[in-house]
Design a protein around this ligand. Structure first.
Ligand code: UGA
Ligand code: MN
Length: 251
């Protein structure tokens, strides 16, 4: 089966570094197709060049988050859901370009997380929806599905534990066939904070059907890392004096 990773991404100082790191992880994954969806009005040259030069099989898409749902410069990052319309466009692309007969698995790989190569081999054989722990998330060392006799019976999580699927985006993968058979299933922009993952999964599976991976969900193979926003104090000072750095040099 092919692994399709859908990555929403947006323009910011660390974007190239994030995407390069991700691409170099993915180069080690066999049978891999990267669907990169820019949160922008048009596809940028920075992302286009990076994808072309990556050596990966890829699809480059874009859709700008509608303004009502877009984070403003000084909004706290949790105010609005992020990457929703981009992931939905990735799902739409798969539905328009892939056949039910094709074997595949779909994973939502945010551009800032840290992924072990082993994770991809764990998810590759997913019948419906497979699940595993995510490190450094939800104010905990990790969150994870709780497994008894090979079945998911609940979740170790502290934040809003009554969510239908109290899991981070990085903690599950979905069989391509299941997504092609349920053509209406998508992420809901309007749900309360924390309910994004549930909004998709609810229409696809029940808890009992989840397929636990990573040694019955006892191994951490993905980390919800977040990259610090670089300070540009000196750059701004120099810019005011007309001595800003050469903008033709891409960072
Ligand atoms: C957490 C979850 O890990 C995300 O999967 C979930 O989308 C998010 O919360 C949410 O509740 O919406 P967090 O680390 O806070 O993630 O979010 P980011 O990593 O900042 O954003 C998730 C993805 O969306 C990233 O791939 C990012 O590049 C992309 N994004 C972010 C956009 O496409 N547009 C934006 O304006 C912001
Ligand atoms: Mn993130």
């Amino acid at each position: 089966p092919t692994i399709y990773a859908i990555t929403p991404t947006y323009s910011r100082l660390v974007q190239k570094a994030e995407l390069l790191r991700l691409s170099q992880t993915f180069l080690h994954v066999k049978n891999f197709h990267w669907i990169v969806v820019e949160d922008s009005v048009t596809k940028t040259r920075l992302v286009g060049d990076l994808l072309t030069q990556s050596g990966l099989k890829f699809t480059h898409l874009n859709v700008e988050t509608s303004s009502d749902y877009k984070l403003k410069q000084n909004d706290p990052s949790w105010l609005k859901p992020r990457g929703v319309e981009q992931r939905n466009l990735g799902l739409q692309w798969l539905r328009e370009n892939r056949e039910l007969s094709e074997e595949g698995v779909v994973y939502f790989a945010d551009d800032d997380n840290t992924y072990s190569l082993q994770l991809f081999e764990e998810m590759r054989f997913t019948h419906q929806v497979s699940v595993w722990p995510v490190g450094l998330v939800g104010g905990l060392r990790f969150e994870r599905p709780l497994v008894e006799k090979g079945k998911v019976v609940g979740f170790y999580t502290a934040w809003k534990p009554n969510r239908p699927f109290p899991m981070d985006m990085a903690g599950f993968a979905i069989a391509l066939q299941l997504l092609l058979a349920n053509r209406e299933a998508k992420f809901d922009l309007l749900v309360e904070r924390g309910y994004l993952e549930s909004s998709l999964l609810q229409s696809l599976v029940s808890i009992e059907e989840l397929e636990p991976k990573a040694d019955n969900c006892s191994k951490i193979l993905v980390w919800h890392t977040r990259t610090e926003k670089p300070k540009m104090k000196q750059e701004e000072l120099l810019q005011k004096q007309g001595l800003g750095s050469d903008l033709s040099i891409e960072v």
